[in-house]
Design a protein around this ligand. Structure first.
Ligand SMILES: *Cc1c(COP(=O)(O)O)cnc(C)c1O
Length: 451
């Protein structure tokens, strides 16, 4: 066992150490070699050493180097080395993280993280917190809490009786809602298609004056951090409008919610603490390994009522059981990595990580803009949308940037315009890596223009 685990640590260390020197995108040859693993079910055994060797020799080269500093696609954070290390140790412990009795350390660190996170995001005391797999499940759990609370107010027990025959709930979403929120709504029986779509402005921000006016149970799904522009819905105005309607406000803050911890960005989330539920990711901007998300519900009892297996949810027990606030029963004790990130960074380190990513994004926007390319969004956070001319030219530039391998950026269509989308959310990104990546983008864009 000692040799096997040491070999794994050696291979993993080598992988991380050599990331900076390799192409961000795997080579076509590395991808072709993946088929070597596509074999019939083995009848006999293979030694553990051989299993690990196969995975490393075939798998490692076929990875996207998104854990490095020059991956700017989607919104994908890396993982802080300390969180990789604590993830290894936690995996070796192999604790069932759902209950305090099977994972005392997991339950303890969840409680500690809860306190820290509520302080970082200025959430009210009494907030319930669940450690889930990502923002999709955070949105699901938060909206399940909303569904419970609103229907309980109408005298309907949705956990017991389901939705057939229940009083209807109006669900409002911004026209730029993230697809994961629609998925969560569909899982909850609230439907993707029956939502009321509220028009948004040019940056994708919900226009609060156009919220539905009617009375009755209503959930308003807001967004802190638009996945293309980085823009924030005007949370304070929306929460004020919601109070008049006695509506529930949910915030999808998958990455943008972390703006709250950086003093120079915190104005973007003004009003955040007035919402009723929040979902965010730890595996994006907090830079912990997959999979890790966080759900918060202002009144813990609503989240617990929606998630606990037992119907005895009328009083909150003295002792918090981790599995009573999330969809899963058995699961890894994933709060431990969140703790490791927060403990190692501290509030100041985390604020600097957020601020630094935003500075890098501004650097890209400035450099691309100075070269004459159009920046399509207001760069308020870590997201940049750039057009290199015609849609056709932009598509070509995105494709060549991806093939080049120095960095990786995605393509998108925003408001009918094809754009290259950059997201800076890795702790590992440095000024030098931004300069190197920008130089490649400019060279490729100039070549595309000459064609
Ligand atoms: C990434 C993202 C999600 C979904 O989060 P997962 O962790 O992938 O489940 C939801 N909303 C926004 C705004 C996101 O950026």
């Amino acid at each position: 066992m000692r040799d096997l685990l040491s070999d794994a640590a050696r291979r993993a260390t080598r992988y991380r150490e050599t990331l900076a020197g390799r192409s961000v995108v795997p080579t076509p040859e590395a991808l072709r070699r993946l088929t070597l693993l596509d074999e019939p079910l083995p009848e006999g055994a293979t030694s553990p050493e051989e299993v690990l060797r196969l995975l490393d020799e075939i798998g490692s080269p076929a990875t996207m180097a998104s854990a490095g500093g020059r991956f700017f696609g989607f919104v994908i954070g890396s993982s802080l080395p300390v969180t990789v290390a604590t993830d290894w140790l936690t995996t070796a412990w192999d604790q069932e993280g759902g209950q305090e009795v099977t994972a005392p350390i997991g339950a303890m660190l969840e409680r500690v993280c809860m306190r820290w996170l509520m302080q970082l995001f200025s959430l009210p005391s009494g907030t319930g917190v669940g450690f889930v797999t990502g923002a999709t499940m955070a949105n699901f759990a938060g909206l399940a809490g909303a569904r419970h609370a609103l229907l309980q107010r109408e005298g309907w027990d949705v956990e017991r009786d389901g939705l057939f025959g229940a009083p209807p709930i109006t669900v409002a979403v911004g026209d730029d809602v993230h697809v994961s929120v629609l998925k969560a709504l569909s899982l909850l029986g609230l439907g993707r298609g029956r939502v009321r779509r509220v028009p948004t402005d040019v940056q994708g921000r919900m226009r609060p004056e156009l919220l539905p006016k009617e009375k009755g149970p209503m959930i308003i799904c807001t967004q802190a951090g638009h996945v293309a522009t980085g823009a924030f819905d005007p949370l304070a105005e929306i929460c004020a409008a919601a109070r008049e309607r006695e509506a529930w406000v949910h915030v999808d803050g998958a990455f943008g919610m972390w703006a709250a911890v950086a003093p120079r960005r915190a104005h973007l989330v003004h009003g955040l603490s007035e919402a009723d539920s929040w979902g965010t990711d730890a595996h994006k901007w907090l830079n912990v390994p997959y999979d890790s998300g966080l759900v918060f519900v202002r009144e813990a009892r609503h989240l617990r009522a929606a998630m606990a297996v037992s119907a005895a949810y009328l009083t909150l027990p003295e002792h918090r059981q981790p599995d009573e606030y999330v969809p899963e029963m058995s699961r890894r004790a994933r709060g431990i990595n969140v703790w490791a990130a927060l403990k190692s960074l501290g509030r100041e380190g985390l604020a600097e990580l957020i601020e630094r990513s935003c500075r890098h994004a501004a650097f890209f926007a400035e450099g691309l803009g100075r070269a004459g390319y159009e920046i399509l969004n207001e760069v308020v956070l870590n997201q940049v949308l750039v057009s290199f001319g015609s849609d056709e030219t932009t598509r070509r530039v995105v494709e060549r940037v991806q093939q080049d391998g120095t960095c990786w950026c995605g393509g998108t269509v925003y408001r009918g315009r094809t754009a290259m989308r950059l997201s800076v959310s890795s702790w590992a990104t440095t000024v030098e890596e931004c300069e190197r990546s920008l130089a490649v983008m400019l060279r490729i864009a100039a070549e595309a223009k000459m064609r």
